[in-house]
Design a protein around this ligand. Structure first.
Ligand SMILES: [Mg+2]
Ligand SMILES: [Zn+2]
Length: 220
């Protein structure tokens, strides 16, 4: 079994990127977010433009992302049970790899395969102006744009016959949710899964995931 996981707002108790953007750029990130929700701009282009608004030094920006991150309740036990069942967790995120890795080591979380973005700083000491270099595991998609689709990442990572659980909350998680066997969703993704009639369950926290998975397996 493959657990295909979004990071921000899914494995964390709140949206760290949004909180940190608000702190550093005020409301300037919000109109861009609305474009992504309405599918007028790709979520990848939006996130890259939002990161480009930030003028804070690199360490300050990354440090704020790490400081805001609180792992979702039940996450370590969920990962331990996945391992016991022979499954594998893969995080596929447009978020910043350095920040996610720092949270994992700070909180001594169980190992996961991580595919996330590099923060590219064009200024001195890797500082602003910033842009994102998305993980190479992302692929092309008319909805997400070139080399920005998590659905393509799912197809690349999935082994033949392997059941896939997708966990997400945002617009970028819809493409993998369309290909999942079962999706755990909150926020915007939950609305989109409901609209499209996908097989999904609400993700309250990670403590109840396995009972939902077992009930779903028993009915297949
Ligand atoms: Mg998210
Ligand atoms: Zn896509």
């Amino acid at each position: 079994m493959l657990a295909f996981l979004d990071y921000d707002g899914t494995m964390t108790t709140h949206e760290c990127n949004e909180i940190v953007l608000q702190r550093f750029v005020g409301d300037a990130w919000r109109p861009l977010e609305a474009e992504a929700h309405a599918d007028r701009m790709s979520h990848a282009a939006v996130f890259d433009r939002q990161i480009g608004l930030i003028r804070a030094p690199r360490e300050e920006f990354l440090g704020a992302l790490v400081a805001e991150a609180e792992p979702a309740p039940g996450l370590p036990a969920f990962l331990a049970e996945l391992d016991a069942r022979g499954g594998r967790p893969v995080i596929v995120s447009a978020g910043l790899r350095e920040a996610i890795a720092a949270v994992w080591s700070r909180d001594k979380l169980p190992p996961v395969e991580l595919h996330a973005s590099e923060l590219v700083g064009g200024g001195p000491q890797g500082g602003p102006p910033y842009r994102l270099a998305f993980s190479g595991v992302l692929g092309d998609c008319p909805r997400c744009g070139p080399r920005a689709c998590k659905g393509a990442a799912l197809r690349a990572l999935r082994r033949p016959g392997e059941p896939v659980l997708v966990f997400g909350d945002g617009a970028s998680d819809l493409c993998p949710a369309r290909e999942a066997d079962l999706t755990f969703a909150r926020g915007h993704l939950a609305e989109r899964c409901a609209d499209e009639g996908l097989e999904w369950r609400p993700l309250a926290d990670f403590a109840t995931v396995w009972s939902d998975v077992d009930a779903w397996t028993a009915r297949r």
